[in-house]
Design a protein around this ligand. Structure first.
Ligand code: KIV
Ligand code: ZN
Length: 528
């Protein structure tokens, strides 16, 4: 498949892929997921072929605990991991949530750098070693697979780091993870650090070395690859590079670098690379965090050749400008798909390619919306299908469960003109009862609909972000509205809503209702 893969005959080490999309990735502002969304991502990660899924930080909230528990029950083909500080109650909660997992892993961490010791923990080096050893031993009483992370390892004195690593391995850690918590290190420095640990820690062969790189200086992937070259056996990553601040190391970039430059790295993973794009789309869809167009591997332009010279070269010989094929990462050639004569099977098949394995019930709902759209729009693109899936499954998944609490959109009428105030009438329903509100707005129509949603639902809200984008090109494109809002009485907790329609006013009302329903749900707050 890839040109350089053919060049090397040397054996390649298999590197463990530890995915933290559901833990560190979920810590990205605005990326919080509810239980069913996390389960969907966990299933996709299992299909993608990651070795370890870090499912959450169970002590943090009952929602986190429950998600780790449910993922532990569901996932069978990879390890499921829960994060814990070196604190008894954290480790106990991690164990309780992982008990049912086929392959549980407890991940304990404690900061080791001088800055963290002095200002955050107020602990001496000896205290740190004692607490780390205690934490690992407690976790080890519960399960055999224990990972320890010296947080801020890249800024920790190397002699002390070696001592900590030796002590936690002796206490029973089977993986030692070296985090570049603040994205400060460089490829050479990371290489030297891993080499030093391998050369100086006497019991290093009793544990696997892992790395966990943040992207603050844009070097997370380069640092990770450098650690692998230096002998690391595991790397930690998130789909689309999600994560705190500038994010974590992007799973897809390391996986495809190892595949494409096997001649240099002599390493590979078990990832089914054809699932990369569908998984990326699923994660982006669920978190509402768009992938930048020119992002490596999964960006919309990653395989687009615009200039005439490139196109001419490609037509003669694809490898002139292409180092891996779009098919190898699961990108289908054409994105023009269905129309109003397409049937259920074609829709289900296309949804599968886009990362969504729909149940019969989900397919029924999506099909109804698809038909409505196909009547209004000649060409239905992948992005349209993804938008419908998001709208009819993720935003309305609670229908039929406890429908009473949630608001639903029924319809609207709007009178508008350059010389008059907008007059808006919207009808929503809750508990099968319609509620109609009429507003004569002071500002524009968006202001009016925002006021109307507040009046109808009874919540005092503040909009933190509101935007409308076209889902695809052309005058009949669907509009996609995204809104982040908070309750006026509880600032700092952000709720996300998303709406899609060929009518942008309708899309905006749906987005606002989606955010209100998340607020009602109360399970998925995102700390700002
Ligand atoms: O960035 C970090 O240091 C972490 C640890 C908990 C591994 O996320
Ligand atoms: Zn991290």
């Amino acid at each position: 498949m890839e040109q350089s893969a053919e060049k090397t005959a040397e054996p390649r080490r298999l590197i463990t892929v530890f995915d933290t999309t559901l833990r560190d990735g979920e810590q990205s502002p605005g990326a919080s997921m509810n239980l069913s969304e996390k389960l969907e991502v966990a299933k996709a990660l299992e299909e993608l072929g990651v070795d370890v899924i870090e499912a959450g930080f169970p002590i943090v909230s009952s929602g986190d605990f429950e998600s780790v528990l449910e993922i532990s029950k569901t996932v069978k083909n990879c390890s499921v991991c829960g994060l814990a500080r070196c604190v008894d109650k954290d480790i106990d909660a991690a164990h309780d949530s992982l008990k049912v997992a086929v392959r549980p892993r407890i991940h304990v961490f404690l900061a080791t750098s001088a800055i963290h010791r002095e200002f955050k923990l107020r602990m001496t080096q000896d205290d740190i070693i004692a607490r780390a050893v205690e934490g690992v031993k407690r976790a080890r009483n519960y399960c055999d697979d224990i990972e320890f992370s010296p947080e801020d390892a890249s800024r920790t004195e190397i002699d002390f780091l070696c001592k900590v690593v030796e002590a936690v391995i002796a206490a029973g850690a089977s993986t030692v993870n070296i985090p570049d918590t603040v994205g400060y290190t460089t490829p050479q420095e990371m290489y030297d650090r891993i080499q030093t640990l391998r050369n100086r820690v006497p019991n290093i062969d009793k544990a696997a070395i892992s790395v966990h790189c943040h992207n603050d200086l844009g070097m997370a992937v380069a640092n990770t690859l450098s650690a692998i070259r230096a002998g690391a056996q595991q790397f930690e990553c998130a789909v689309n590079g999600l994560g705190e601040r500038a994010g974590n190391c992007a799973l897809e970039e390391v996986v495809m670098s190892l595949k494409t430059r096997g001649d240099i790295f002599l390493a590979d993973t078990r990832i089914n690379t054809k699932k990369i794009v569908p998984t990326s789309r699923l994660v982006s869809q669920i978190t509402g965090l768009k992938v930048q167009r020119n992002k490596a591997i999964v960006g919309q332009n990653a395989f687009a050749h615009e200039s005439g010279i490139h196109q001419a070269g490609m037509l003669r010989e694809r490898t002139t400008y292409e180092i891996m094929t779009p098919e190898s990462v699961g990108l289908l050639k054409s994105d023009l798909v269905l129309g109003k004569h397409s049937g259920r099977a074609a829709l289900a098949d296309r949804a599968k390619h886009l990362g969504h394995e729909l149940t019969q019930e989900q397919l029924d709902k999506v099909f109804v919306e698809f038909k409505k759209l196909a009547d209004r729009k000649k060409d239905v693109f992948d992005v349209d299908i993804l938008a419908i899936i998001e709208q009819s499954i993720h935003d309305k998944k609670t229908e039929g469960e406890s429908i009473d609490r949630y608001w639903h959109y029924v319809g609207y009428e709007l009178e508008i003109g350059s010389e008059k105030k907008p007059l808006l009438k919207i009808t929503l329903s809750q508990n099968n009862e319609n509620k109609t509100v009429e507003i004569c707005g002071e500002g524009g129509p968006v202001n009016a609909l925002f006021e109307a949603v507040q009046t109808a639902t009874g919540y005092q809200l503040v909009i933190r972000e509101y935007k409308v984008d076209a889902v695809s090109g052309g005058p009949d494109a669907q509009g996609e509205a995204l809104v982040l809002l908070e309750e006026a009485s509880a600032p700092g907790v952000i709720y996300r809503g998303h709406g899609v329609s060929t009518d942008v006013i309708e899309a905006s009302i749906m987005a606002m209702i989606g955010a209100v329903n998340r607020l009602i749900d109360g399970q998925t707050p995102t700390d700002a």
